[in-house]
Design a protein around this ligand. Sequence first.
Ligand SMILES: [Fe+2]
Ligand SMILES: [Fe+2]
Length: 362
Amino acid sequence: MAKGKYEHLLKPLNIAAVPQMMRDGADSFKNTGNADSIYWLNGKEHLEGLPLNFSWGFYTGLGNWHPGMDPHIHPYPEALVWVGLDPDNVEYLGAEITYCLGEELEAHTFDKPSVVIVPAGMPHCPSITQDVTNPIGYSFMIFSLGAEPTTTWMGDGMTDEQIEQMRQAQAEGSRGPSMVSSFSEKRIKVTPETLTYGHKYDHFVKPLKPFSTSLDKLTPEERARYEKVTSDGMKVGPGNTDNLVWMYGKDLEGLELNFTWGFYKSPGVWHRGPGDSDGAHVHPTDEVLVFVGTDPSDIDYLGAEISIDMGKEHERYIFDKPTAVICPRGVPHNPVIARYVDKPYAFFVIGLSGEHKTTYVD
Ligand SMILES: [Fe+2]
Ligand SMILES: [Fe+2]
């Protein structure tokens, strides 16, 4: 990768060490249902201070993700996104998940790619993997709107010894990414009998709905969404995805967040802008572009070589490892060009506003 003015905005995901609590020995957090491999980047340490922390991981195991500790709360809202790993079917999850919301532990079970929205201060989890039907598993992302992962644990299943162990790990901080953990006075018991099955929180659980970029296949509703995205003159190129999911703040209970999800299989430019513009654009708010692989046996494998231009100078960066590209508000970026694609890869945008406003600059 060339040295340049914008190099600090390109963050290989492996700059984030595996969180302390996910390592071997931290048994309550790293239970069978939790990630086999994961990166978790936070604004404070890895993302130039953005009010965001996000994770990307691969999952194959069954069971509760961190028994005894949940439910938990954060001082910021988050969106939790479950996705599958079949590049030909973005609506296939390959797993069945039960996720609990509220002090009621209201259980929601789904087997399609879905997002769960959690407002700041609302108790959530446990997350329980009931079944995994894709032999290679599935993936999961956290988009949390705070620079520093901060959690208050409310489960009544932790021993004093475990709490002390976590406090010590935190005090040692130097060992790796922070999760500022505290423990609630109020404890909530989780057993199969204490889960409830109401509908108070149904609106916080939503399926991911892709729209095809093949125009002739669009329903009127899909066409309206597509035209909204392309109304600024964007022209889709051969390297783009053909099954993009894009959810905005209005789809996410008003969060100051929009995100995309899609699989990318072909080389070529992703899109051009209006006229003869090559697609360089700016946004009035910050966004992060995250390029990841789809091979669960190696979280460090992207399967593609990507080039992206940054700044009005069009400084070109090329990478072939999973990478997050920070696009601060007002900084031009693009075109994105997939130079080689050896294996379908995946990509998501995390935009830090409910709307996604784009102005093409050249
Ligand atoms: Fe959480
Ligand atoms: Fe952008």
